[in-house]
Ligand binder design. Structure first.
Ligand SMILES: [Zn+2]
Length: 106
């Protein structure tokens, strides 16, 4: 699995160790331990209205621009909805019934 070490941004999944600023900042100027400087500055999200799906596209595009292979970029982007910012907000695919449950009982 592609699992970076250390804390990652809970909005986009970027390792905070890769953040040129070392992370975002809270309203009082203290460093945020949860979000990177691209997502969160001075206590507010830089893109407050973005959806998890849009963030996934953004992350995938960003990784591709960094010459990540497509399959890795997609795999990384799929982790986005599991991050704290998006959890509970995403209406991911509704649980589909398994084929066995569609069969009428004999
Ligand atoms: Zn981020």
């Amino acid at each position: 699995m592609f699992r970076p070490k250390g804390p990652v941004c809970q909005s986009c999944g970027m390792p905070l160790s890769k953040d040129p600023l070392g992370g975002g900042s809270n309203a009082d100027g203290s460093p945020s331990s949860e979000y990177c400087s691209h997502c969160y500055r001075k206590g507010v999200f830089t893109q407050p209205n973005i959806s998890a799906e849009e963030m996934m596209k953004l992350v995938e595009g960003k990784l591709r621009s960094m010459h990540f292979p497509g399959f890795l970029a997609r795999r990384f982007a799929r982790e986005v909805p599991t991050l704290r910012r998006w959890r509970g907000r995403v209406t991911s695919q509704a649980a589909r019934p398994r084929p066995s449950e569609l069969q009428p009982r004999a």
